[in-house]
Design a protein around this ligand. Structure first.
Ligand SMILES: Cc1cc2nc3c(=O)[nH]c(=O)nc-3n(C[C@H](O)[C@H](O)[C@H](O)COP(=O)(O)OP(=O)(O)OC[C@H]3O[C@@H](n4cnc5c(N)ncnc54)[C@H](O)[C@@H]3O)c2cc1C
Length: 364
């Protein structure tokens, strides 16, 4: 298989903020980089993010996600990163071999270093009626409104009040839909209160200690039943409310999309805080398989800003190991990025994640 394979130096799987940043950093150091993404445009989640980012100017605060995407794509182009679009990586094997599919053809690549930056997938939630048309992930609804300009429903029940639930609710309102309610099973709102306040100002109730019981309809969602839950998350009889709705959006968490890492034989660690099973990695973003690196949501679900920093770390570490930059220079660069990551991982959500990441580095 190795003889028939196409030789590459650094292959990055996934063109979201993590993959693009890793590709740019590796190309800056002089490596020949190939970036692969299954979509017809690289950028990952960034092109769905029409809101301005938080943080400091180093973290591109105040800039809208899609503008960050455009900037990164331009940088990658200027650095001659080879970009393979509409291409799926379906397998990663021993000795740097990757199986890809493009234009209906299967090809085998072999790379000296691989960065897996495949992002995360949305968690499902099952309840009677959950397979009816009109029940979808909040991220899918966001893709429909912000990328394809299609409104997936007019009367919406959002399940989950994390940042995804809050932000997508706001964007659905901007797109002309009515968000009837956001239900949250926990006794508190999951996301940033600034997002929740915006939603509430627009008249959307955020009901904590509430859940969805069922969706009803003949061929698609027509009605949704919600109810209050007790301390043990059991629905309280008599608290049910029936709403006339045509869309249920599920924003109940994201999980690292790590199949390729499983396939490659990476060691894993379970972290509830980081979204589930996470490939073990060190501070260089190197996995238990030395030529394989991870960055972004696949290495633990966080945010686009941390994904970019982790991508840069991986890019530097890969090119350091290939001899493009000295250990001293790499150390200096990595220290600056670690400082920025620490700054990003502050606050109640960030600190938990920081502790979890430290645990992972230690176990590694
Ligand atoms: C609704 C919503 C709002 C958000 N708002 C913010 C925010 O305000 N600020 C912030 O910092 N973060 C925000 N985030 C989080 C942020 O989008 C993610 O943390 C970030 O995009 C992760 O980057 P990534 O590069 O790891 O993954 P992604 O951006 O998901 O990119 C992964 C890419 O890999 C591709 N891919 C996957 N598998 C394969 C394969 N086998 N072959 C080829 N290609 C593959 C995917 O199609 C995708 O293009 C938000 C997320 C959501 C869902």
């Amino acid at each position: 298989m190795e003889k028939e394979s196409i030789k590459k130096e650094v292959v990055v799987v996934g063109g979201g903020p993590a993959g693009l940043s890793g590709a740019i950093e590796a190309a800056k150091a002089g490596a020949r980089v190939t970036l692969i993404d299954e979509n017809d445009r690289a950028g990952g989640q960034l092109f769905k993010q029409i809101h301005r980012f938080f943080g400091s100017s180093e973290h591109k605060a105040g800039i809208r996600g899609y503008d960050i995407g455009k900037q990164l794509l331009q940088e990658a182009k200027d650095l001659d990163v080879e970009v393979m679009l509409n291409t799926v990586v379906w397998g990663i094997f021993k000795n740097g071999l990757l199986g890809i599919k493009r234009e209906n053809k299967t090809e085998i690549l072999v790379a000296k270093r691989i960065l897996i930056a495949t992002g995360a997938s949305e968690n499902p939630l099952s309840f009677p009626g959950w397979t009816l048309p009109g029940v979808m992930g909040a991220g899918a609804a966001q893709t429909m409104i912000n990328l394809h300009r299609v409104l997936p429903g007019r009367k919406i029940v959002m399940v989950g009040s994390g940042n995804v639930g809050l932000i997508v609710s706001y964007q659905l309102l901007q797109a002309g839909a009515e968000v009837l309610v956001i239900v949250e099973v926990l006794p508190r709102i999951g996301g940033y209160l600034v997002h929740a306040a915006k939603i509430r100002r627009m008249g959307v109730p955020v009901l904590t200690s509430h859940t969805i019981l069922k969706a009803e309809g003949k061929n698609e969602v027509e009605k949704v039943v919600i109810a209050k839950v007790d301390k043990k998350f059991k629905p309280i009889k008599g608290s049910e409310k029936k709403l006339k709705a045509d869309l249920v959006c599920l924003a109940v968490g994201l999980e690292p999309l790590a199949e390729l890492c499983w396939m490659a034989g990476c060691r894993f660690f379970y972290s509830r805080i980081l979204g589930g099973f996470v490939p073990l990695h060190n501070k260089n973003m190197q996995t238990s398989i030395p030529h394989l690196y991870v960055a972004g949501d696949v290495s633990g679900v966080e945010e686009a800003s941390t994904a970019m920093e982790e991508g840069k770390l991986a890019g530097i570490a890969m090119t350091e190991s290939l001899g493009y930059i000295s250990h001293q220079e790499a150390k200096k660069k990595k220290n600056v990025i670690q400082e920025r990551l620490l700054a990003l991982r502050q606050g109640p959500f960030g600190e938990e994640r920081n502790q979890e990441k430290e645990k992972i580095y230690e176990i590694f």
